[in-house]
Design a protein around this ligand. Structure first.
Ligand SMILES: NC(=O)C1=CN([C@@H]2O[C@H](COP(=O)(O)OP(=O)(O)OC[C@H]3O[C@@H](n4cnc5c(N)ncnc54)[C@H](OP(=O)(O)O)[C@@H]3O)[C@@H](O)[C@H]2O)C=CC1
Ligand SMILES: O=C(O)C1=NCCCC1
Length: 346
């Protein structure tokens, strides 16, 4: 299902350029103990999500980043260690830091390996991913590569057929180049709804569509608070989403050396919000494949999809919102802006 994507409140709004928002967020991160390069990476990621209307992982997440840093749960100064282990395999120990700086540190080696061997895998462990996943894959497709990434999160999803939560919301993101437009990108939680969207619905006092989650007694509920306070989410698509979520646990945790969603204990870090897990990326160089150039084949698929009446591809809404934000600025409600400025010490 498509989760709600409106601004957080209907209060008076202000408009910021992408650059102004990025600078503001950079100040917030720096003020709460990250290194300059981590601040730059996280601020660009979070502002980019807000620009694209990906509100569940835009500025809404900033208080969570801050409380996590304040609790000592994550190391905002961590320097990722890149391990060149095989012709098609790179590992990174994120050192209990955020996942995006770990990807940034390994990126050029990963691309070099993918271009040499046709395919390369990046396995990040000891990392915290608190963001949308599409920013991690989209840039690869912009340079002609195909990319797939998975990350596991914290236990809050009941596997299909089980009676207690075990999996995380475990997203999967995919990006592929196409000849006639921006890359094809999808990014979806394997839960029926992302945890962030449940929090946003609870904050707004909205009910959820049916089939998203259960309360503390395992009964179906549309009340987001009942899901957040003792309840749990369901996988999307029953046993099918559940199988994908299981796959994400295996790839993002077992294959990277990271934690499964159920394996970390943050009880000694009150206020911590970010999952301490793992991330896997697979990058393919389609120029090594047979047949017509890949980007032309993907364009043909898009043409055929439009030909059968499809109006919206995954990623279209984000790109429309991106164009609007770049032309008119990024809209934040006044309360959010005041909060961000206070966190930045302005
Ligand atoms: N870091 C973490 O541990 C976690 C992060 N997340 C993040 O949460 C975010 C939201 O996930 P989720 O709620 O599942 O995303 P949505 O259900 O909103 O969207 C999933 C995908 O489907 C596309 N889409 C949505 N509606 C349609 C439609 N009607 N027609 C065609 N395509 C459509 C979206 O494109 P478009 O973007 O253009 O709308 C997107 O690519 C993701 O960015 C994910 O990475 C989720 C779980 C954990
Ligand atoms: O929205 C979600 O689901 C999550 N987002 C960030 C990390 C934890 C889960």
């Amino acid at each position: 299902m498509s989760a709600p994507h409106e601004p957080l409140s209907s209060l008076a709004a202000s408009t910021l350029s992408l650059e102004a928002l990025t600078q503001l967020l950079e100040k917030v991160f720096l003020r709460h103990g990250t290194s300059a390069s981590v601040a730059r990476t996280l601020a660009a990621n979070c502002a980019g999500a807000e620009r694209d209307g990906a509100h569940s992982h835009g500025v809404f997440r900033i208080p969570g980043y801050v409380s996590t840093l304040n609790s000592g749960w994550v190391n905002g100064q961590a320097v990722p260690v890149v391990e060149d282990v095989a012709s098609g395999f790179v590992r990174v120990d994120a050192g209990n830091g955020f996942a995006q700086p770990a990807l940034a540190a390994a990126r050029s080696l990963l691309v070099e390996k993918a271009r040499n061997a046709g395919i390369a895998v990046l396995a990040i462990r000891n990392s915290h991913h608190f963001a949308a996943l599409w920013p991690d894959v989209e840039p690869f497709a912009e340079e002609g590569l195909v990319a797939l990434s998975v990350v596991n999160s914290m236990t809050c999803v009941v596997p299909h057929g089980a009676d207690r939560p075990l999996f995380g919301t475990n997203p999967i993101a995919f990006a592929a180049p196409r000849a006639g437009g921006a890359p094809i990108v999808f990014d979806l939680a394997t839960s029926a709804i992302a945890h962030g969207d449940v929090q946003i619905a609870a904050r707004k006092g909205e009910r959820l569509p049916a089939g998203m989650g259960v309360d503390g007694l395992g009964q179906a509920t549309q009340d987001p608070k009942a899901i957040l306070e003792g309840g749990a989410l369901l996988p999307f698509g029953g046993h099918k989403g559940s199988a994908l979520s299981m796959m994400v646990e295996l790839l993002a945790a077992a294959l990277t050396g990271g934690n499964f969603s159920f394996e970390f204990d943050w009880s000694n870090h009150p206020g911590a919000k970010t999952p301490w897990t793992g991330q896997l990326l697979i990058v393919i160089d389609p120029s090594k494949a047979a047949g017509q150039p890949f980007a032309e084949r993907s364009e043909e698929l898009v043409r055929q999809m439009h030909g059968v009446g499809l109006k919206r591809l995954p990623g279209d809404r984000r790109h429309l919102q991106r164009a609007r934000s770049m032309a008119e600025g990024i809209v934040l409600d006044e309360q959010t802006l005041v909060q961000l400025r206070a966190l930045a010490g302005e």
